[in-house]
Design a binder for this molecule. Sequence first.
Ligand code: SAM
Length: 281
Amino acid sequence: MNMEFKNEIRDNDMCLNDLAQMIYDFCGLNYLGNLSSLASKVSKRLSVLNMSYWEYTEFLKRNQQEWNNLVELITNNETYFFREESQLNELRDAVLPQLRNKECVWIWSAACSTGEEPYSLAMTIAESGIVPLESVRIIATDINKKVLQIARRGWYHKNSLCFRRTPKEMLDKYFIPQDEGFHIKSFIKDRVEFRYANLLDDEDMAAVEKVDIIFCRNVLIYFDSVTTRRVVAKFYDRLNSGGFLFLGHAETITGMNINFATINARAAFYYQKADVESSAF
Ligand SMILES: C[S@@+](CC[C@H](N)C(=O)[O-])C[C@H]1O[C@@H](n2cnc3c(N)ncnc32)[C@H](O)[C@@H]1O
């Protein structure tokens, strides 16, 4: 390998590292230790734009809009209806009964992807009959604008893997067959409001109303512990006294020294905001 070629590879690696750092700073996704994965995700975009890594990082600095295209390439949007059902059962059996006297129950599905999670929450609540669905407001946010469009439409192809855990009776009750798929019934859809929010953006986080329950599942696994702590501290801030936090089963905040009590239920664990006013519920 000649010297010039070696230098070119080194410069390219450095610029890829800069791109990974920009992504980390912007949204917390940590590609710094996995540059080859980042390279494969952005390579097509770079050839469409005919840009080197260096040119692309400069382009991103000048073009806020380009972040939307990049986010579509670097986020994993895998999700499905009734994911981690044991948590939904816990919501129904242990959490909702504690909130039944509230005039309005606020829930936040943070990093909701294409909407299966917030819609599953609405269906679980409707099914439970513990809290009237009309008194529930679900805010569902994500950083990827394309998945939010799909979520707002509320239509899913019948062969999609998103139905892999959907019981037939739930499909019959809460969906309308349409074209080659199923549309969420409007009384469920109307309970969910989809919004753009970057979990690392203080303004986006502060714009979310105070809520009683947060579901933030299967996104903290992509963050390092510093970012996770920062995001969970914001969740603490957005939760009402005694509010509940559900994370994915592979995600934990134990040892992060944020004032949450861990609730170890039989089939799931979750967290409750611990503070002096927690008896207010
Ligand atoms: C694997 S999906 C999880 C979807 C759903 N919560 C679930 O558990 O099925 C992760 C989602 O997190 C979103 N995401 C990643 N980084 C984010 C950030 N900084 N702010 C908001 N959403 C983010 C992605 O766009 C993606 O839709």
